[in-house]
Design a protein around this ligand. Structure first.
Ligand code: ZN
Ligand code: ZN
Length: 458
């Protein structure tokens, strides 16, 4: 049996054999519950349609103002780029490049790269530099934050309601549509594109995707590799847990393209024969790097919550807001729903995220075998929600760009928002550095566990 139809769960290292799926069914790991793959082989047309629609909507979203603000006969409006430039010119210029990258450059680049890959693939060709483009697409995904920006605009409209008349403009509606399109596009598994390219190359009888000679033995996998079942979204069966893990069979999956390989040499560095990425059984130095990012985030969380994030001046007086006092203001103003959203995204999420990562680090270091499925779920939740904390950063950038009416009304950002932005980025890096497979490594002997925890492997 070859490794061609095997798939390894990236969260618990269980090995499965791919089974054909019908309709919109998703195959899930029966051990940890994570999604393995879905049935969407013939989706290139849909992906291309989404990409082209996203490109058109992106251009509209950036060409038109986001919202119109009126106060005492004066009006003000801002496009996304005006917001970025105004933020750069303010006293919180470090958050301008963050906003530019997460809301403008990465979404645009992502759309262009998808189009660059999908058009030739659809015509049965593999584009030049396919491997590099696919790596870029994978790395950009977590840092594209259009949906968070849209929620930020919504919060800004409500916040401005107290001092002026805020009207959503074409740019804001276009960003809302872009959120839908990009979410649909990013929900697709990039592994499908790798497989599509492989099929095209093998149909042509070539070996174009392989830049390196095989550094691993891509021979036969043991027959028991397929012991794990394929759990399905609609028919998930916990009573049939997978018993076989990749490490037991000397298998490993490339973290970049998902290719399953057998017999990686332990003595020399290995590279994926398909995508050229270095291969590791576990993320290198996972614990040490997660600790470093987590400690840095915890230190910066203090100034982020103590220092002023926004200074508001109107004819009726001036006000310095921290993140918490901004939530109280929203609540007192009657916008309790948005107060709850901002409190959750800006105060609770970073704190919960840091607490969860601490729990995961300590429990996997101790080698705890309890609640492994639940701890994996916690990790997946941490990965999913972390980006939403960027909400407050976008709200402050929008307000300081829009509210520029001299003595009538003005908003200035405070240093707290820079610290807060750093906390969000650091907690995202911390969760990316943690290897969830360490949660499941306790089954091995103490010596192996130690080796896995220190991140050594391939
Ligand atoms: Zn799993
Ligand atoms: Zn690879």
């Amino acid at each position: 049996m070859s490794t061609a139809n095997l798939i390894i769960c990236e969260f618990c290292d269980s090995v499965y054999r791919r089974a054909p799926l019908q309709g919109r069914v998703v195959a899930c790991c029966s051990r940890c519950g994570a999604r393995l793959y879905r049935n969407s082989r013939s989706d290139l047309d849909v992906m291309l349609a989404l990409t082209l629609a996203a490109l058109a909507v992106f251009l509209i979203a950036n060409a038109y103002p986001l919202m119109l603000l009126g106060v005492s006969g004066k009006s003000s409006e801002a496009t996304l780029w005006q917001m970025i430039v105004d933020t750069y010119d303010s006293n919180v210029s470090p958050i301008a490049p963050v906003a530019a990258i997460t809301v403008f450059f990465f979404p645009l680049l992502q759309i262009c790269l998808y189009a660059y890959v999908l058009v030739p693939l659809r015509r049965g060709r593999v584009p030049v530099a396919f491997i590099g483009v696919m790596h870029a697409l994978r790395q950009m995904q977590p840092w594209t934050m259009v949906e968070v920006f849209v929620l930020g605009m919504l919060v800004a409209v409500v916040k401005l309601g107290g001092m002026a008349t805020a009207t959503p403009e074409t740019g804001m509606w276009a960003f809302a549509v872009l959120t839908f399109l990009l979410t649909r596009l990013n929900s697709r598994d990039l592994g499908e594109l790798w497989e599509c390219a492989e099929r095209i190359v093998s149909a042509a009888g070539g070996d174009a995707l392989r830049r390196r000679p095989l550094a691993v033995d891509a021979g036969e996998a043991p027959a028991n590799a397929a012991a794990g079942g394929v759990g399905q979204h609609s028919a998930f069966r916990q009573e049939r847990p997978a018993q076989v893990r990749a490490g037991d069979l000397n298998l490993l999956a490339c973290h970049a393209c998902g290719l399953v390989l057998h017999g990686a040499r332990k003595s020399s560095p290995c590279f994926c024969p398909r995508c050229d990425q270095s291969l590791h059984r576990r993320k290198p130095d996972s614990h040490a790097r997660t600790w470093a990012f987590l400690i840095a985030a915890a230190i910066l969380y203090i100034p982020a919550n103590v220092l002023t994030v926004m200074h508001t001046a109107t004819l009726f007086g001036a006000d310095d807001n921290t993140i918490l006092s901004g939530v109280v203001e929203l609540w007192n103003g009657g916008a309790w729903d948005l107060a709850v959203i901002v409190f959750t995204a800006s105060i609770a999420v970073p704190l919960i995220k840091m607490a969860c990562l601490l729990l995961l680090l300590l429990s996997s270091r101790r080698g705890s075998a309890r609640w492994r499925r639940e701890r994996t779920r916690i990790y997946r939740m941490v990965e999913l929600i972390g980006r939403w904390s960027m909400l407050d950063v976008f709200v402050v950038a929008l307000l300081l760009s829009l509210v520029r009416f001299g003595i009538v009304a003005e908003v200035r950002a405070g240093p707290g928002i820079v610290a807060f932005c750093a906390v969000v980025i650091l907690t995202m890096l911390a969760s990316m550095s943690f290897d969830p497979r360490l949660i499941w490594d306790v089954r091995s002997s103490a010596g192996q566990r130690q080796s896995a925890a220190s991140g050594t492997g391939a």
